[in-house]
Design a protein around this ligand. Sequence first.
Ligand code: DCP
Length: 604
Amino acid sequence: MNVDHRVIALIDMDCFYVQVEQRLQPEFLGKPCGVAQYYTWKGGGLIAVNYEARDFGVKRGMRGEQAKELCPDFHVFHVQEVNGKANLTRYRDASADVFRVLNANYKLVEKASIDEAYVDLTEDIQRLKESPLKLTIDDFPSTHLAGFTTKTNDERIEIVNKWLKDCESDDEKRNYDLVLGAYLVEKIRKKVKEETGFFCSAGIARNKILAKLCCGFNKPRKQTILTHSDIDHVFDNTPVQKIQGLGGKAGDRVMELFKVDNMGQLRKYSLDALQASLGESNGCWLYNLVRGIETTPVSSRNLYKSISASKNFPGKTSLDTTEKVRSWCQNLAEEVFNRLEKDRAENKRRAKLLTVTCTSATNETIARSCPINEYSIDRFANDAYRILKQFNKSPSTSNIYSPAITNLGIGAGKFLDSVNSRSIADLFSKQTNKSEQIISTENTINWQEEDEDEDNEQEETITEKPPSPPVISPVKGDFFRKFQKNDEQMKTPAKIETKPSSSSSITSFFSRYTTNENSCNSIPEQSDDRYITCTKCNKPILAWDMPEHEDFHYARELQKEENKNTFQPATIIKPTKPMKRKNEKQQNDNHTLDAFINKKPKNQ
Ligand code: DCP
């Protein structure tokens, strides 16, 4: 299917956590409210603010007390705490309510975050076209056009009405699919409200990046269409950093390299100029994007790739005794266990790998994994503690933990479909035919990153990669660099060395793969249990090395992809210059993050 004919919606809940709290306490509906995490300094940090409060200048990140100064009637809800840790269960449950409605009505729904979903409406629109539909402005009560700013509802009606008529009379009916898409989105948003009580907004466009961009144009409780003919005008007023995938360093670099502030200014650069500075695929991606073309598909993905719990312990709260470390292992293990049990019941799957991450007061980060043989709070807590014990530099006779821990996380991932697999014990107990038993729901490692801000335990996202492959691919390239040296070693199983590793940096976590200093103490009793057969290369791999091993395959696949130059947009929009030949490509094209961020412009 020609991607140019897709219709994609991004549905985003309005001030989600606030709505969740208001659903529980409806007496606060219509009042200025916010949600703060922890009862800490000055009323806690606000992580969500409703639109009534935003009118008073209250913003996310402010303290509850500061909000009250701006808006005396402001009400602060507090995120529930369990064992001294934020508990996001009610928001996750509310999110599940929303996704239930979306999934019941549409086939291709991609969960982008706790309160955002992409929906590919293309097929639904084709079906809708089979029976003639007479649509009027009344079918679009909250629809806006991205190219127009309207101050009153009458103005909005006039503009949308005119557009509807133009679309109907247009012989090619180029925009008619967007009309039908907007009609479907009005209906699904209404249904979400009826069935969950929550309001949401939406963006409707030809691809994910444009849908995401225009969704924010008319929040809350409204939807915005971005038509192809409005893209230039919209991009002339869109800062580069507003585009998904260009928000961080990559966006800064693009702005610096090309001396631009907004997307529209990039139009003057030829494909050649963009590719000379950004590499072939990045340059091509950006060249097409500024012309409104982007091909990342909506992939129907609704499940979290990992379930994790983490907590920051800044300053004096850092975990500096073995008792504190043990106790927090128990608390986090309990949260992960409860969520895993719920996930098992709902999604019929089991996690097979436990990962412990921690950052120390000396700013070193470590991550270690070990297999999950059974779901048990004590087992998770003990495994986590045994791993952490290795990094304690205090004498074993002391109860001091040093260096103290400032962030601790326990996560479970590498899910197996438990309907199709045997029991978890079976999976780890025998080597024979393991490749048949292990049916992983995913091929790539992507541990969820917990928010690192103090007082903010933000919900993890499930997105594997943002819808801008070339921008993320440098990161993958970085992974690849770490592993490509080890190609030979991947052919033989890693040797086991039970001696704890002395190194504790994240770099040593990766270099461990080279040195085989496998130091996780939480090894199952029977030595055979430690190996899992890789479904890709059929080699027995230590279970806790599996994420890295899969990264290796992932990185190789990526490089193969990049070498094949399979990047699609080039086929959609004819580049102004013929593509370079293969040997030229290898010289000029560099897909690593470093190269992308640090490369000096050759051509401006
Ligand atoms: N959230 C969080 N910490 C952050 C950002 C968000 O805990 N730093 C939580 C609270 C939000 C929810 O995630 O309610 C969804 O985040 P959004 O960015 O979508 O923001 P809202 O839904 O609150 O508001 P908007 O209507 O602007 O989308």
